[in-house]
Ligand binder design. Structure first.
Ligand SMILES: [Zn+2]
Length: 422
């Protein structure tokens, strides 16, 4: 369906760095491979000195390739590998990634790395109307370029401070002194206001990387006990991965997450939540089950929740949640590069289980626009293939299939994230 390519995308989720920062970097093939393809090479066995060589920007390109190649041969068929291959082929005109073509690839990436890159890739080649940009580090807000982006803000560091240093950083960020629960809440409120002024269109949370995402209803009294212990440095924090299952200040975190939801409710701001597969290598997948969030859907019926990444491997749970709760939406961001087949299978099923207004078809979820382009191409291909099959099955007419494509790729996410642009 060529008509699907003509639909301008509302891209629900990106990590793209500002263009002026990007063109100042010495970006090469290994930079692009560093997000996310490298994680599958690590999964395939790349480690230790060889991994250090791949990541060493001062090492000769051929030496880096030698370390990269054996694992690339194993990992290149995954969705991340496919996206990288599409980006290199379509944007840099190199069909095969190999030791022989590496120098050409790097030359072309460097030649193109100049102002105008984002206009070319995001608008001209990808036909992206606008993207929801994640703030990475939650420093003082500054609005991204409105030509390409609207702005999502995270408040996770207000929800889950683990040390006095963390508290000090929040005081600095907001100019609010934090000596008790009320202080921490005021600091979060200040940051929320600053973010609204900077153009925030929605809240984003990635706490599933750090802990289980069930947020119990905890009294102020209990949360105050926790923060007093924190301010007096009373509890030790388990190190490394153990901290993702043992949370010494869990009651405080739970209470503050509800405070954040109340702010979202008061200001009518949608909430994006990471669910399912974690980026990187190594985590507790069960922490990120979308059904952990069910109490929130009851307690905050007017807050619109956008659940990320198909909650993979819990896409069945997500489908049920979106079917029974009017305020739960399904987001295919990151999904088409996790697996095309997964995305097609899930879409086939969800078109039958969930009202069509609740499906968001594409979110690039990349640091480099070349890869967002590849992801957009994969998303359009998957959606158009499923809709073609649906027409063949007699599920809908061709006109209806096009209406569905337009809803998934533009209208549904635009309804949630385009409110400042209208
Ligand atoms: Zn992301």
């Amino acid at each position: 369906m060529a008509a699907v390519d003509a639909i301008p995308l509302v891209n629900t989720h990106e990590h793209i760095i500002p263009e002026h920062e990007r063109v100042a970097l010495d970006v090469d093939f290994f930079s692009l491979a560093g997000h996310y393809a490298i994680n599958d090479l690590i999964s395939a066995g790349l480690s230790g000195d060889e991994l250090r060589v791949v990541r060493d920007e001062s090492a000769p390109a051929q030496r880096r390739w030698q370390a990269f190649e054996p694992y690339w041969n194993r990992a290149r068929f995954t969705g991340y590998g496919q996206a990288l291959r599409i980006a290199i082929r379509d944007i840099y005109g190199v069909e095969n990634i190999s030791g022989d073509t590496l120098a050409t690839i790097n030359e072309r990436i460097r030649a193109k790395n100049q102002p105008g890159l984002y206009e070319d890739i995001l608008i001209r080649r990808s036909n992206i109307d606008y993207s929801v940009l994640d703030d990475y580090w939650n420093a003082a807000p500054s609005a991204p370029n409105p030509k390409f982006f609207v702005y999502a803000r995270k408040f996770d560091r207000f929800v889950s401070p683990q040390s006095l240093d963390n508290i000090g950083a929040l005081e600095q960020l907001t100019d609010v002194s934090i000596t008790n629960l009320g202080g921490l809440k005021r600091a979060m409120e200040r940051s929320f206001e600053q973010s609204l002024e900077a153009g925030m269109v929605n809240v984003k949370s990635t706490l599933a990387y750090n802990r289980e995402i069930h947020y119990a209803e905890v009294s102020e009294f209990e949360a105050e006990q926790d923060i007093q212990q924190l301010l007096n440095n009373r509890r030790s924090i388990p190190s490394g991965f153990r901290n993702r299952i043992e949370r010494p200040y869990r009651r405080l975190e739970d209470h503050l997450f509800h405070h954040l939801m109340q702010l979202a409710q008061e200001h009518k701001i949608p909430v994006q939540i990471h669910t399912g597969l974690h980026a990187g290598n190594g985590n507790f997948i069960e922490n990120s089950k979308p059904t952990h969030l069910t109490n929130l859907f009851f307690i905050y019926p007017t807050v619109q929740f956008d659940l990320f990444h198909l909650s993979y491997p819990y896409q069945g749970e997500l489908s049920v949640l979106a079917k029974i709760f009017p305020n739960v939406h399904i987001d295919f961001c990151w999904a088409h590069i996790i697996s095309g087949y997964l995305s097609r299978r899930a879409l086939h099923e969800m078109l039958e289980t969930v009202p069509a207004n609740k499906l968001f078809g594409y979110g690039g979820d990349y640091r480099y626009p070349e890869l967002s382009y590849a992801h957009a191409k994969m998303a359009r291909r998957n959606i158009s293939r499923v809709l073609t099959e649906k027409v063949e099955e007699g599920f809908c007419s061709e006109t209806e299939a096009l209406e569905l494509a337009r809803m998934l790729l533009h209208d549904n996410p635009d309804h949630m994230f385009g409110w400042r642009r209208r």
